[in-house]
Design a protein around this ligand. Structure first.
Ligand SMILES: [Fe+2]
Ligand SMILES: [Fe+2]
Length: 167
């Protein structure tokens, strides 16, 4: 789909980046298994933990805040209230899950986790990946289209500048 709005393109790019992070997370969870924490000498695992922390506390938090505070109110005024309510309800579940996961990722990174912590990371990580992927899929199908259909060029420029300055 060719996107005409800057906001659609920005959101789409970030959605693709987050899907790639989730794929790495799931691959690592599968490879490491649930039984014991992975070796902290494994550079890939440590890098992923850092990427998860930075991604959740930075890009994902920002992205959600922009959608909720700036974009969704515009779409709600254009009659997209039901879609916006659904997406907000998902944010409210996903972000706290992500915060717990980011905190545990920090502990994994420093080698500071026991078997129970790792089992928790494994469970939370799986749930986070599943919920966030389904959320992103929904936004790619419905939200991007709603932006393309309802946000005019002037509003798009205003929103895109606002988003760029918040990053
Ligand atoms: Fe999004
Ligand atoms: Fe979202």
């Amino acid at each position: 789909m060719e996107l005409d709005r800057q906001v659609s393109r920005m959101l789409h790019e970030e959605h693709m980046a987050v899907l790639s992070l989730l794929e790495k997370l799931e691959t690592t969870l599968q490879r490491a298994g649930r039984g014991a924490p992975p070796d902290v000498a494994d550079g890939d695992v440590i890098r992923l933990m850092g990427d998860l922390q930075a991604g959740i506390e930075g890009e994902i938090t920002n992205h959600f805040a922009f959608e909720e505070n700036e974009l969704f109110p515009c779409l709600a005024r254009e009659g997209e209230g039901d879609l916006v309510d659904l997406l907000c309800e998902e944010h409210v579940v996903i972000l706290p899950l992500g915060r717990q996961l980011a905190e545990l990722a920090g502990a994994v990174r420093s080698g500071n986790v026991n078997g129970d912590d790792w089992a928790r990371f494994h469970r939370l990580g799986g749930e986070f990946a599943e919920r966030l992927r389904s959320h992103v899929d929904k936004e790619e199908m419905a939200l991007i289209q709603a932006v393309e259909d309802t946000i005019d060029e002037e509003e798009d420029t205003r929103l895109a500048e606002q988003y760029a300055s918040s990053r």
